[in-house]
Ligand binder design. Structure first.
Ligand code: F3S
Length: 423
């Protein structure tokens, strides 16, 4: 791999052992994927904090040991310096406020908080959300990033036109300390053109529709790059967030184009660049119906847990949930958890939305989600969610039955304890 003089000096330990270990990792990773060089990045979103019982044995040796082992893949415990690139923490395992509700121990939340103080001293910003683009980390078109989290990566590449592969804990740990990441995959223009053309033959309107479309497309194209034509209206952040999260979970899609909407394709021709579609798929009422049915893993209509906010809710979603719950009480046998980034929770608190949700009997959660934390209310058997991604993962992870529907369907289930939506 070609390295600049500065990168060689990092590799050779001129700037400390931590950066040398980080360069060693990046060189090994880059060579494994055939990258010819590294690219500068000043935008890293990763998972650095120690928030699970599995890290406790390393925490006993100190947080430098945690970073060395989990974020640098290093047997040697190195002194971790201040980060070189702007870096933020994605989702964590524990809600710093609602940890008791999650069933976490005081010891674990204190470990997480101590870990966050250690990281903050080194310049890692504690966004603690899977949607950094909702709370201030909005890279510009063409910006090279090093992001983890599939739903964030697909948003970053497609909607923002910035460039990242799906990175891991180790590569983001190394990128944070060096400001470098291997130059391959979605960093290269030739890998960003469309592969499949999808023509819409039915209206795709609300957030649930966009989740269904994403889920269908992910299953069809797997890890390729769909180009979608035939929209009846302009989608917004919320719809594209749900579309991308669904496509990334059913198939592993990391980039798509919607000509006239996403920034790298003004037209279908531009979306495909020098290539041609390998397949032309159609999405009509039958495909929508089949996808909706495939997302229902439940048979029991008695629901006991409603999860909203995957990916984490925007302020507009919080406002809608409050509007639907105002003056009402959720069913006594049901738990309702509404997930939003901590920064948005502050706005929701100030706007009165959190009070409405908690007075109705729900909880507003931040920092985490059930799929990542593996924590839900005790004894849950049947969940309902407005997220195709959560409907995909949670039943498999937690061995529960799952219903998928709109926010309105889910709030209705929270109020009645029953899944009443047509399936
Ligand atoms: Fe975010 Fe958890 Fe969903 S990380 S995208 S809320 S599965």
């Amino acid at each position: 791999m070609q390295l600049t003089d500065y990168e060689k000096s990092l590799r050779d330990g001129m700037n400390g052992r931590a950066k040398a270990q980080a360069m060693d990792l990046l060189i090994r990773y880059g060579e494994a994927v055939g990258a010819e060089r590294l690219i500068e990045t000043n935008n890293v979103a990763g998972a650095f904090n120690a928030s699970s019982p599995s890290t406790r044995h390393i925490v006993e040796k100190g947080f430098d040991a945690v970073y060395s082992e989990l974020n640098l893949d290093s047997d040697e415990v190195v002194d971790v310096p201040h980060v070189e690139a702007n870096t933020c923490q994605l989702i964590t395992g524990i809600d710093n406020d609602n940890w008791e509700l999650q069933g976490a121990s005081r010891e674990m939340v204190e470990q997480q908080r101590a870990s966050e103080r250690y990281l903050g001293e080194r310049g890692v910003n504690m966004f603690a959300t899977c949607t950094p683009y909702q709370v201030g980390n909005v890279p510009v078109q063409g910006e090279h990033c090093a992001w983890m989290e599939s739903s964030a990566v697909i948003y970053c590449n497609s909607v923002l036109g910035a460039r990242t592969n799906v990175e891991g804990k180790e590569s983001t740990g190394a990128a944070a300390l060096t400001g470098r990441i291997p130059y391959w995959g979605y960093h290269l223009t030739e890998n960003r053109f469309g592969t499949h053309l999808i023509t819409l033959e039915t209206a795709v309107e609300d957030m649930m529709d966009w989740g269904l479309l994403g889920y269908f497309i992910g299953e069809q194209v797997e890890e390729d790059r769909p180009v979608i034509e035939g929209l009846s209206h302009q989608p917004d952040l919320i719809k594209l967030k749900h579309f991308g999260a669904a496509a990334a979970s059913s198939g592993g899609v990391e980039m798509y184009h919607i000509p006239g909407v996403t920034p790298e394709a003004r037209t279908v021709e531009e979306a495909f660049g020098p290539g041609r579609p390998v397949q032309h798929l159609h999405y009509g009422a039958a495909e929508r119906r089949a996808t909706f049915e495939s997302l229902q893993s439940a048979t029991d209509r008695k629901v006991d847990f409603i999860m909203l906010g995957c990916p984490h809710n925007s302020i507009e979603q919080m406002a809608l949930i409050a509007q639907l719950l105002r003056g009402k009480k959720i069913h006594p046998d049901v738990a309702l958890w509404v997930h939003t980034p901590r920064a948005i929770k502050q706005v929701a608190e100030r706007s009165g939305y959190c009070d409405v949700i908690t007075q109705a009997g729900g909880a507003v959660m931040s920092d985490t989600c059930p799929a990542i934390s593996r924590r839900m209310p005790e004894g849950v058997r049947v969940i309902a969610t407005d997220s195709a991604k959560q409907a995909h993962y949670l039943p498999a992870i937690a061995n529960v039955q799952g219903w998928f529907g709109s926010v309105q369907h889910c709030i209705d289930a929270a109020l009645t304890g029953q899944w009443n939506a047509e399936v």
